[in-house]
Design a protein around this ligand. Sequence first.
Ligand SMILES: [Ca+2]
Ligand SMILES: [Ca+2]
Ligand SMILES: [Ca+2]
Length: 534
Amino acid sequence: MNCIWKTWFVLAFLFVIFGSENVQAAKQPNLIVIMADDLGYADVGFNGCRDIPTPNIDRIAQGGVKCTSGYVAYSVCSPSRAGFITGRYGHRFGYERNAQYQTGDPNMGLAKEERTIADVLKPVGYTSGVIGKWHLGAHLSNHPLNRGFDFFYGHLGGGHQYMPELLNIKDSYAAKDEAESYRTWILRNHEAVPPRKYLTEEFSEAAVEFVEAEKDSPFFLYLAYNAPHGPLQATEKYLSRLLGIKDTKRKTYAAMVSAVDDGVGLLLDKLDELKLTENTIVIFLSDNGGPESANASDNGKLRGGKGDAWEGGYRVPFAVQWKGKLPAGVDYDLPVSSLDIMATIADLSKAPLNPERPLDGVNLIPYLTGQKSEAPHDAIYLRQFDQNKYAVRSGDYKMVIPFKNGKSLLYNLNVDIGEADNIADRHPETLQRLETMRVQWDSELVEPRFLGLIHLDNWKLKFQKRREATDKWFAAMDKNEDGRVTEAEWLTWSKADAAQNNESNKNNEQQMLFSIDIDGNGVVTREELYVSVK
Ligand SMILES: [Ca+2]
Ligand SMILES: [Ca+2]
Ligand SMILES: [Ca+2]
């Protein structure tokens, strides 16, 4: 064969290879993950919310599957996101604390050897964008564009002021502490830009623009709203929709959720307009449970909230839509995890994975379609290293160590979703089985690799003040100073307190005792009181 023919054959061969890959690429589904921040389990219509209308978020559940037992990998922001973005429990790579805003520390944030969903999807032709809150490290080496993403419009830290006029620090890398990090301009890739609108609207519009720009090839959009995380700020446009809510805090929170809902609507409409709805998986979830006292969120029947090992800490609103592939308007009750998102899209897109860093999730699609009927996970795990808390959910049962040096408690979530009736003594064999799973999982984990928000001076001070106040309260109740508050001691204190404050709290005396007596043994210890005071 002469040279020209050889060249022709090579070209024809290459055409077959790349031509067929392009055909395959066209079939790869897009992925949109909309993550709200600190949104309560019961604060979306699809989970029964009555006072905040969320018609657009509800469209995702109505057009797809509502996962009633959807979990995240941690009960606070940053480690939850680290689990989601890598598809692996952050505990495996030392990501077990809420990252500080440290622009000078390359180790504060996502470990360099871990790969993000964007990293994994790049070789199979995806373009990835993250819009909103990053919180996976503020050092330049952890900037989204250095972690596999092709586009970023957002802020690097754990939260942000919402009003444009409050954002008066141009350079994100010049912010010196957490408070300043909330006031930076927004980064468009590496460029600082001053926002013009209420931040939630900025992010919604950027998301719509991203989809418009990337409509012709597979994309992954991670729309990470910082709402409704504090500070609680909303504009009149949304507040005026919620005149029925009298409590100011709840009303502002509700307005923030309503703004997110509008954005979700714009995005879903754009998908419809571009005829991308059937080729796009849309997942809505929160990064952790609602911190009820901080932002007036509501976790409904779930016990506890953000930061807890109770269900309220890490069971979140979770819905998945894939029109034409998933059933519409059905519930899926077996436990699923945010860790499954990476496994799902990697499997569907045939993205190569690193066997040395195995994923903790599974492709959810065959489970949500009913093709597979077994549980997706043997168990859903939680560990909080500094607080020495653990939880293992397996089937209907959940084992939980809700506070430092506490006993292992056991609940049957199928009949006791509020974790009120500790059945550890009645089901020792189940407790032992879950305890064995916990010890096995724990042995696979490493210690945290960086300090967290709780190690900052102002957090330590806040913690110390709270502890002193709690100690005072405990001493006032524990009349005989034996380190245990009995029901009689509790009622005596409770009556005196009510009389002093000139109010009657008869109705919730028992309820309060229940919520503080965590292990349900009839007496309250100092540790139980510490963990109950928020
Ligand atoms: Ca959060
Ligand atoms: Ca006592
Ligand atoms: Ca107790």
